[in-house]
Ligand binder design. Structure first.
Ligand code: HEM
Length: 411
């Protein structure tokens, strides 16, 4: 049965007032592998998978469910001329995916990530110190976006002076502001590509390679072949987008969720050893990446339905993370939840988030400092009226006004 009354899950407007958790609950209970008319491709089906167990099954069975041609749910607002998403690492399958992932992994080894520790603390405290003579701010633009932006820029090798510009391009390629036109999105992608080319040209004449990811990519060889300029451009865009926009929303929606659950806020504030568990819970409760798709490579069966080769399957992480079958009292924030088998970084399999340990360490430092340095931190206004990002992929806000009584000096 094809459900023709479903909300259009590809349209960013469907998420304008928040992720449709009630609809997901209905699906989990009544139609957990739902067959919808594909919102973008006339006559095709979209299988919407909402239970935790089924999302894991699809995510982990990479032989049956492929990432190619791409795992995005096209919102119909991209400039087709900007193209290229089918060549991103996240759009590839074995063996090409494995080769590229091995290569980029060099930049994300646990040693490299934990070596960022002191720098993260310093950056975080600098961001908060910058607000010391104020008593109000925008949680998104004054606080949450800077740490992930600086960290990924440091790793990739983007100089400080260019960071605001690069960030502006990432915002535009996502189309987070609904007034951004398809042409502007395409132009932002083209600007990013040109910028990546210029970075490569600068590094091509280095006699000693720099210790940044752009140099790693430029000098890397996959089975004796160098990456093409276009592959490097796409990596640059993927790292900027995946590295900044997701973690920024963990910090924003996570802080907001804690402020809306003052008992949980106080629990963590009084015992900072709870921060890592709290982050997992905030990732579960306010899942930053709402879903990804896969395409069946062969005929298969899921939840009693026949899925034909070539049909698209939507894994709704935000629904799996609220599945009553996997979590007790899933709509409650419980910073001590254990176990917490959430799927916010993906539900396992070869594409599991490459930046998960980086996001966790960034979140940890940020939450520790926000919780301890701000006194009397509060939200100004009704969160239901706050401007959310215009996206079918990312859950987060464009602006969240906050105020406070005082900021304590860095410890
Ligand atoms: C809270 C923050 C983050 C969340 C919620 C998140 C979520 C995700 C999800 C759901 C996936 C797809 C997993 C799958 O298909 O199995 C993914 C993939 C990916 N993420 Fe993250 N991510 C975050 C932070 C980061 C950071 C900081 C980076 C650093 C650059 C990053 C880089 C990537 C890359 C490169 C991929 C593609 C991996 C592949 O195709 O093999 N992510 N992420």
């Amino acid at each position: 049965m094809i459900d023709t009354d479903a909300p259009p899950l590809h349209l960013p407007e469907t998420y304008a007032h928040g992720v449709p958790y009630e609809y997901y609950r209905w699906l989990r209970d009544n139609d957990p592998v739902a067959c919808l008319p594909h919102p973008r491709y006339q006559g095709e089906k979209l299988w919407v998978v909402t239970r935790h167990e089924d999302v894991q099954r699809v995510s982990r069975d990479a032989m049956t469910f492929h990432n190619a041609p791409d795992p995005f749910m096209d919102d119909g607002q991209n400039d087709p001329a900007s193209g290229g998403s089918e060549l991103l690492m996240i759009s590839l399958d074995a063996p090409d995916h494995i080769k590229l992932r091995k290569l980029i992994n060099k930049g994300f080894t646990p040693r490299r990530v934990s070596a960022l520790g002191d720098m993260l603390r310093q950056r975080t405290n600098d961001i908060i110190d910058g607000l010391a003579d104020r008593d109000s701010a925008d949680l998104v633009h004054d606080l949450a976006l800077w740490l992930p932006l600086h960290v990924i820029a440091d790793m990739v090798g983007v100089p400080e002076a260019d960071r605001a510009m690069v960030f502006d391009w990432t915002e535009k390629t996502f189309g987070f502001d609904p007034t951004t036109t398809a042409e502007e999105r395409g132009q932002a992608a083209a600007d990013m590509f040109a910028y990546a080319d210029a970075m490569c040209a600068e590094r091509a004449s280095d006699t000693v390679p720099r210790d940044d990811l752009m140099s790693v990519l430029l000098n890397a060889e996959v089975e004796g072949e160098k990456l093409t300029a276009f592959q490097i451009e796409l990596f640059f865009m993927l790292l900027q987008n995946a590295g900044s926009e997701t973690t920024r929303n963990l910090i924003t929606t996570g802080t907001l969720a804690l402020l809306q659950h003052p008992d949980q806020f106080e629990l963590v504030r009084n015992d900072l050893t709870l921060v890592p568990a709290a982050i997992e819970e905030l990732l579960r409760f306010s899942t930053p990446v709402i879903h990804f798709t896969r395409t069946a490579a062969v005929d298969t069966e899921l939840g009693g339905h026949h899925i034909a080769a070539g049909e698209r399957v939507l894994m709704v992480y935000a629904s799996a993370n609220r599945d009553e079958r996997a979590f007790t009292d899933p709509d409650r924030v419980d910073v001590r939840r254990d176990p917490n088998d959430h799927v916010a970084f993906g539900a396992g399999g070869p594409h599991f988030c490459l930046g998960a340990s980086l996001a966790r360490i960034e979140g940890r430092v940020m939450f520790e400092e926000i919780l301890t340095r701000f006194e009397g931190l509060r939200v100004v206004g009704d969160p239901a009226s706050f401007d959310r990002v215009h996206s079918n992929l990312i859950d987060g806000y464009n602006h969240v006004p906050i105020e406070w009584d005082a900021i304590a000096p860095a410890r």
